[in-house]
Design a protein around this ligand. Structure first.
Ligand SMILES: NC(=O)c1ccc[n+]([C@@H]2O[C@H](COP(=O)([O-])OP(=O)(O)OC[C@H]3O[C@@H](n4cnc5c(N)ncnc54)[C@H](OP(=O)(O)O)[C@@H]3O)[C@@H](O)[C@H]2O)c1
Length: 303
């Protein structure tokens, strides 16, 4: 037997159950990953809570939980391609990461070898948050001399975006609540409070580009300050954000964005703040914290 987090009805974190399940094995064309760590994202709790969102990702109940994972390939089915037994891997596996084992069909486009020196708990934070941050910044072409306004800068995506923008040579202004300012300064951002009046608070700082990682407030402020839509991106405002600004997500990250994030992590130029680690048994507590929308960095489940 092995363990897996499952839910059989939609709802809040209380519907998540850690169950003993028959140990899965790699069939033809599949590999099995012994999962070491699963990184959480708001999307994971969103899928559990919202049947329509889940349906959009092909998820129906009963379902597994979690997307981002890192671990070791421990079975390679006949005819499986691209991976070898014993290889460390990280990536995204829909509704399957929070478990002792994940079985994945090959070729697997969202699974990659874990670089030497990158711990599993860090690798498990990269697929959604790291790639989304890179895609959001690539859309607005951040370059030396820019002052980039980042909305929701202390969240899972924000911690990557702040550091990537700094690495690109930009000055970074990040929105957060007052209690988070010190955390943001530690990442290299100049903090400013989100909420009404944001444009007035940042006007004198003269931002030249912006990415909104929370909704539309930062994008709207940037537009009202005269930043062109081509230099504003959103990741949580739907496919058609107001004002003609870019909508981006992790799936928009190409090989260049992937390399930018992974290389920076390998080189130690990006550190990933782990806000909290939970053993698999405490998946509900982990999901509650993720749902709070006040996480600073990433939450990781450990197996
Ligand atoms: N399109 C995609 O592919 C994609 C990928 C990843 C994420 N997303 C979406 O992007 C959003 C960000 O995700 P995340 O992982 O970074 O986690 P998150 O839970 O949204 O981020 C938490 C951060 O948001 C800040 N925050 C809370 N209320 C805020 C407000 N009213 N305005 C601005 N910031 C606020 C918090 O700061 P304080 O603690 O200081 O309040 C906290 O640091 C989520 O909606 C997520 O679903 C989309």
């Amino acid at each position: 037997m092995s363990r897996a987090v499952v839910y059989s009805k939609f709802g809040g974190p209380e519907v998540l159950e850690l169950r003993e399940v028959p140990e899965p094995h790699a069939g033809p064309g599949e590999i099995r990953i012994r999962v070491a760590a699963a990184g959480l994202n708001p999307m994971d709790v969103g899928l559990v809570a919202m049947p329509e969102l889940a349906a959009g990702f092909g998820v129906t109940v009963p379902a597994g939980f979690g997307y981002d994972l890192a671990g070791v390939v421990d079975e390679v089915g006949e005819g499986a391609t691209g991976f070898t037994a014993g290889q460390r891997v990280f990536g995204g596996v829909m509704a399957a990461a929070a478990a002792d084992y994940a079985v994945v069909a090959t070729p697997a486009e969202t699974l990659w070898p874990t670089p030497d020196g990158v711990p599993d708990e860090v690798a498990a934070t990269l697929p959604v948050a790291g790639l989304t941050a890179a895609a959001a910044l690539a859309a607005i072409d951040v370059r030396p001399g820019d002052t980039v306004l980042i909305g929701g800068a202390a969240g899972g995506v924000g911690v990557f975006a702040v550091q990537l923008a700094r690495l690109a040579g930009a000055r970074v202004i990040g929105t957060a609540s007052a209690g988070t300012f010190e955390f943001l300064r530690g990442l290299g951002a100049e903090p400013v409070a989100y909420g009404p009046g944001l444009a007035d608070r940042v006007r004198s700082l003269a931002p030249t580009a912006a990415t909104d990682l929370f909704g539309t407030e930062t994008a709207s402020a940037a537009l009202s300050l005269g930043i062109p839509p081509s230099r504003i991106s959103t990741i949580a405002a739907g496919p058609n954000p107001p004002g003609g600004v870019h909508a981006r997500g992790g799936f928009d990250a190409g090989p260049a964005e992937f390399k930018r994030v992974v290389d920076a992590v390998v080189a130690g130029e990006i550190t990933v703040p782990i806000a909290a680690r939970f053993p698999l048994e405490q998946v509900r507590e982990a999901a509650e914290l993720q749902a709070s929308r006040h996480v600073h960095g990433k939450i990781v489940l450990t197996m």
